[in-house]
Design a protein around this ligand. Structure first.
Ligand code: 0A1
Ligand code: ZN
Length: 879
C-alpha cells in the first residue's frame, strides 16, 4: 500500500484560494473537445500571503494558460496531477484551455459519450479530467457555461441553472449559455448535448412559483418517462410538507443515459440518471424497479438541499449528504408505498450488504479516516448505515425535535460546505441533549452485538431485562467503546397485546412501547406491574443497526412471527426461526451425511403464516421468503455455500410440497387478468402470487408447469414474465430454451429489459452450466463491456446471485471474475473495483474455497498497472 497516496481526514486544510466565478466554454467534439475556463480566484482570508495556487488536473495538458490582463506567462509546474502556480495577486482571473477526448473516456468519469450524447459525471473527482481547477467540495463558485456543438447532431444543449442565451453560429453549429446562480462545488457541474426527446411538465411550489420539469431521454424511450415524472412531483410535494423546503430554480432537468457507473447523480438542476432508474413501462421495468425509480428520483431531488445547497467540506464527510439523503428517501418511500414493507426492505439491504462489509477487510466508519480512492467509499456503510444513524437520531430525539434540528441545520449552513460535526451540533442545539457518545457511530466501524437475557417473576409481577453490547474489532480499530443504542421495545401478553410499561423507580408509566437508551457495556432494566408472563418484542422497527440475540426459544419466535403487532418484528422473528432451523439442519447434515426432515415446529409456524388472511400481500410475501444463502452464511464461522444452498433448497422443497394446496390457493387468489397497472397494492399482489409460483415450481408437476406457462404466455408485463420464467429455468423445464427465445424477442428493443434477460439466466441456471452460460452471454451481440449495466447483469449476477456456480469447488467461478476484473480495470476502474467486493469474504469461507479465492485476489494484486480503485480493495482484502 506504501506507494499509493493515502488521503487522511487529519490532513484537511482549507484551500488557499477560493473561486468566485468560473466561465466555461465547451466546443464539443467527440475526439477533441476544446474547454476554455476563465476562473476568478481570490485568496482565502486565512491563507498565508505566499501560498501558491494549486489546481487539480488529470490526463490533461494546458494548451494555453494565462492570467487575464497580464502579458507575461505565469510560472507554473505540473506534477502528480497537480498544477502549481505562483499567484500574481490577491485576486485574479486565469484563462486555461485544455483539449479532451470524450470518445476515449471509457471510465465514464469526467466528460464522456453515452449512446451518441455528451454527458458528464463529476462526483467525486471527475471535473479535474475536464480542466485545471481546485476540484474539492469546499470551493464553491458560480458557474456560467457555454456549450457549442453541431446543431444537427446535438440539438439539445444543457447545463446547470437557467438558460440565458442561445445562438446560431452560422457554420452548422449552435450554442447555449447557462447560468447557475447558486455557488456550487465542481462535482455538481454537469453538461449534456445530444439528440434527445423531451417530456415536460410543471410544478407549482408552496410559495406559488412555477417550476418547469423536463425529462430527457433517447427518442425511443421517452414514452417510458411518465412514471419518473409523477415520482418527481410527489417528491417535490413531500419535501415541502415534511421539511418545508421548496425547489429553488426555474427548471429541473433529468437526463437518462445508458452508460453510467452508478444509479444517478444530483448535479444542480440537471440530474443525470442511469436509465434503469428513470424508464418504466410494463414490458421494461419490474414492480421492484417501478419502486426503485420513485426512490432514486426522490433521492436525487432531496440532494438539492442535503448535498447541493449544503454540501460537504471534504469527502470524509460524504455521509453528511448521503446518509441523510438516504434516510429522507426511505421516509418518502415509506409514506408513498408502505411503511412496514419499506422498513423490511431497507433492513434486508443493510444486512445483505453493509453487515458483511462491516465484518470484512474493507470495514470503515461512517466517517472514514483515510482512503486511497474516494470512489471506493460510495459504500453501503456511508449510505445505508449512515441513514440508520440519522434514523436513530430521530428515534432518540423524536420527530418534532429532529425536524427543529434539521431547520437549524438549513438555517445555519445554507450555502456552505459543512461537516458531520456541524450537523450533530445542530441536533444538540435543537434538543439540548449531549450527543457526545452518539458521535461514536460516525467514528467506530463494526456492527455492535447485543445479547438480551430476561426473567419474569410472577409473584412480584416484575420483569427483568439484561442487555450487554460488544463491538467486534475491525481493521485498525481493535477495541471499541460502548455505543449509544436506542432499544425500542414492548412486552407482549399471551394475546400479542403490548402491556403498559413502568420501570421500577421510574416516575412515569411509559405506555405500551418505549425506547430504552443503552449507553454502557451492560445494563439491567426492571419493569413492574407486569401482570402476565410477557414475550419481549425487542429492537422494534430495527431501532439500531446492530445484531442481537434476544435469547428466545422457538416457541416464542413462532408466537412473535404470528402475533407481534410490530410488522418488522413479525417478519424478523420468522427470519430468525428460519436461520436457526436451517443452521441446525446444516449441522445435522454435516454429522450424518444426509439431509434431515424439516422440523415440525418450523412447518407449523410457516403454516400459520401462510394461512394469515390479515397481512397485506407484500408483507406476507416477505414473511414467507427464506433468508438468503448469503445471510445464512454470514452466521457461520466458516461458510460452505454449497451446503447452505442444498439445505435451504431442501427446506423450500419440503415447505412447497407440504403446503401445495395453500400455495395454489394463494396463487389463484392473487392472479389477475387485468392489464398491468403499477400501484403498491397491485405490486404486492403480484409479489405474493409469484412467490407462491416460485415455491410451487420446486416440485414441477404438470398442473404447476401449466400454470407457469400460462402466466408466461398470457401476462403483459415483465414482472410476471420473469416470475414464471426464472423458476421454470431453475427447475430445468424442457421448455426453457424456447422460453428464453420468446423472452428475448419481447425484450430485445429495450436495453433495460434485456439486462433482466441476461441476469435471470445466469442467476437461475445452477451448477457448472452457469459459468459457460455466463461466458457465452458475454459474447452475445447485445452484450457490451462498455455498458456497466450489462456487466453487472451478467458478471455481477453470476458472482453475487448464483452461489453454487460462483463458488464452484474447482475455483473456475473465481477465475472468471478475476479475469474480468483484470481486463475491465484498464477501461473502467470504478466498475472493476466494485466487482472485487465479491471476493472480500474469502476469510470466512471453508478452507477449500477460501484458498482459491485468496489466490484469485493475489493474481489480481500481481496484475501490472492496477488502478488505485482496484488496488485499494484488493490489497485491503489480502492484508
Ligand atoms: N451522489 C450520487 C451517487 C454517485 C456517486 C458517485 C458517482 O461517481 C463516482 C456517481 C454517482 C448519489 O448519491 O445519488
Ligand atoms: Zn446520494
Amino acid at each position: 500500500m506504501s506507494q499509493r497516496k493515502v488521503h487522511n481526514l487529519k490532513a484537511y486544510r482549507p484551500p488557499h484560494f477560493l473561486v468566485e466565478q468560473v466561465t466555461l466554454t465547451f466546443e464539443l467534439d467527440p475526439s477533441a473537445t476544446r474547454v476554455e475556463a476563465l476562473t476568478h480566484f481570490k485568496r482565502h482570508p486565512d491563507a498565508p500571503t505566499d501560498a501558491p495556487l494549486q489546481l487539480h488536473g488529470e490526463e490533461l495538458q494546458p494548451e494555453l494558460l494565462e492570467i487575464v490582463g497580464q502579458q507575461e506567462r505565469p510560472h507554473y509546474h505540473i506534477e502528480n496531477d497537480r498544477l502549481t502556480l505562483t499567484p500574481p495577486a490577491e485576486s485574479f482571473t486565469l484563462r486555461c484551455v485544455t483539449r479532451i477526448a470524450p470518445d476515449k473516456n471509457s471510465a465514464l468519469d469526467g466528460l464522456y459519450i453515452s449512446g451518441g450524447m455528451f454527458c458528464t459525471q463529476c462526483e467525486a473527482e471527475g471535473f479535474r479530467k475536464i480542466t485545471y481547477y481546485p476540484d474539492r467540495p469546499d470551493v464553491m463558485a458560480k458557474f456560467r457555461v457555454t456549450l457549442i456543438a453541431e446543431a444537427q447532431q446535438y440539438p439539445i444543449l444543457l447545463s446547470n441553472g437557467d438558460k440565458v442565451a442561445t445562438a446560431d453560429l452560422g457554420d452548422g453549429r449552435h450554442s447555449a449559455t447557462y447560468e447557475d446562480p447558486y455557488p456550487k462545488p465542481s462535482y455538481l457541474f454537469a453538461l449534456v448535448a445530444g439528440d434527445l426527446a423531451l417530456l415536460e411538465d410543471h410544478y407549482t411550489t408552496a410559495e406559488g412559483r412555477k417550476v418547469t420539469l423536463q425529462l430527457y431521454s433517447e427518442h425511443h424511450s421517452i414514452d417510458q418517462c411518465g412514471h419518473a415524472m409523477q415520482a418527481l412531483k410527489k417528491a417535490m410535494q413531500w419535501e415541502e410538507s415534511r421539511y418545508g423546503l421548496s425547489y429553488d430554480l426555474n427548471t429541473y432537468m433529468i437526463v437518462a443515459v445508458g452508460n453510467f457507473n452508478m444509479g444517478a447523480m444530483e448535479n444542480k438542476g440537471l440530474n443525470i440518471f442511469n436509465t434503469k432508474y428513470v424508464l418504466a413501462a410494463p414490458h421494461v421495468a419490474t414492480d421492484a424497479e417501478y419502486e426503485a425509480v420513485e426512490g432514486v428520483i426522490a433521492h436525487e431531488y432531496f440532494h438539492n438541499w442535503t448535498g447541493n445547497r449544503i454540501t460537504c467540506r471534504d469527502w470524509f464527510q460524504l455521509s453528511l449528504k448521503e446518509g441523510l439523503t438516504v434516510y429522507r428517501d426511505q421516509s418518502f418511500s415509506a409514506d408513498i408505498v408502505s411503511g412496514s414493507v419499506q422498513r423490511i426492505q431497507d433492513v434486508r439491504l443493510l444486512r445483505n450488504h453493509q453487515f458483511p462489509e462491516d465484518a470484512g477487510p474493507t470495514a470503515h466508519p461512517v466517517q472514514p479516516e483515510s482512503y486511497i480512492e474516494i470512489n471506493n467509499f460510495y459504500t453501503s456503510t456511508i449510505y445505508n448505515k449512515g441513514a440508520e444513524v440519522i434514523r436513530m437520531l430521530e428515534t432518540l430525539l423524536g420527530w418534532p425535535i429532529f425536524r427543529q434540528g434539521m431547520d437549524l441545520y438549513v438555517a445555519r449552513h445554507d450555502g456552505q460546505a459543512a461537516t458531520v460535526e456541524q450537523f450533530i451540533c445542530c441536533m444538540e442545539d435543537a434538543s439540548g441533549r449531549d450527543l457526545g457518545q452518539f458521535r461514536l457511530w460516525y467514528v467506530q466501524a463494526g456492527t455492535p452485538e447485543l445479547t438480551f437475557n430476561s426473567l419474569y417473576y410472577p409473584e412480584s409481577q416484575r420483569y427483568v431485562l439484561n442487555v450487554t453490547q460488544v463491538c467486534p474489532p475491525t481493521p485498525g480499530q481493535l477495541s471499541k467503546a460502548p455505543m449509544h443504542i436506542p432499544i425500542r421495545m414492548a412486552l407482549l401478553d399471551p394475546d400479542g397485546q403490548p402491556q403498559s410499561l413502568k420501570l421500577v423507580d421510574g416516575e412515569q408509566v411509559l405506555g405500551a412501547e418505549t425506547v430504552l437508551e443503552l449507553t454502557t457495556g451492560e445494563a439491567t432494566y426492571t419493569f413492574e406491574g407486569v401482570s402476565k408472563a410477557p414475550t419481549p418484542s425487542l429492537m422494534r422497527g430495527f431501532s439500531a443497526p446492530v445484531k442481537w440475540d434476544a435469547a428466545l426459544d422457538r416457541e416464542a419466535l413462532a408466537f412473535l412471527w404470528a402475533n407481534d403487532n410490530d410488522p418488522f418484528n413479525r417478519w424478523e422473528s420468522g427470519q430468525i426461526l428460519a436461520v436457526e432451523t436451517i443452521l441446525d439442519m446444516v449441522g445435522l447434515t454435516q454429522q450424518n451425511g444426509e439431509l434431515p426432515d424439516l422440523p415440525e415446529s418450523f412447518a407449523h409456524a410457516f403454516e400459520t403464516i401462510i394461512k394469515d388472511g390479515k397481512s397485506e400481500p407484500a408483507l406476507l410475501a416477505l414473511s414467507l421468503s427464506l433468508p438468503t444463502t448469503g445471510y445464512i452464511m454470514d452466521r457461520m464461522d466458516k461458510a460452505d455455500p454449497h451446503l447452505v444452498y442444498r439445505v435451504r433448497q431442501h427446506v423450500r422443497q419440503a415447505v412447497a410440497s407440504r403446503f401445495r394446496p395453500l400455495f395454489l390457493s394463494l396463487y389463484g387468489r392473487h392472479y389477475s387478468d387485468e392489464p398491468y397497472h403499477y400501484s403498491p397494492a397491485n405490486a404486492g399482489a403480484r409479489a405474493l402470487k409469484n412467490l407462491a409460483l416460485d415455491y410451487l415450481l420446486e416440485n414441477p408437476e404438470p398442473t404447476v408447469l401449466a400454470l407457469a406457462h400460462k402466466q408466461f404466455h398470457q401476462a403483459d408485463n415483465i414482472t410476471d414474465w420473469l416470475g414464471a420464467y426464472g423458476p421454470l429455468l431453475r427447475c430445468g423445464s424442457p421448455s426453457s430454451s424456447e422460453l428464453t427465445h420468446i423472452l428475448y424477442t419481447r425484450c430485445k428493443d429495450s436495453a433495460n429489459a434485456l439486462d433482466k434477460w441476461f441476469s435471470t439466466q445466469v442467476t437461475m441456471v445452477a451448477g457448472p452450466e452457469a459459468l459457460s452460460l455466463a461466458k457465452a452471454l458475454t459474447q452475445h451481440p447485445d452484450f457490451s463491456w462498455s455498458t456497466p449495466n450489462k456487466v453487472r447483469a451478467v458478471v455481477g449476477s453470476f458472482s453475487g446471485a448464483n452461489p453454487t456456480a460462483f463458488h464452484a469447488i474447482d475455483g473456475s467461478g473465481y477465475g472468471f471474475l478475476q479475469e474480468v476484473i483484470a481486463q475491465l480495470d484498464e477501461k473502467n476502474p470504478q466498475l472493476a473495483a466494485r466487482l472485487c467486493t465479491y471476493f472480500t469474504r474469502w476469510r470466512r469461507m471453508v478452507p477449500e474455497l477460501s484458498q482459491p479465492m485468496q489466490n484469485a485476489l493475489q493474481r489480481l494484486l500481481d496484475t501490472p498497472n492496477l488502478s488505485n480503485d482496484t488496488y485499494e480493495i484488493v490489497s485491503k482484502s489480502l492484508a
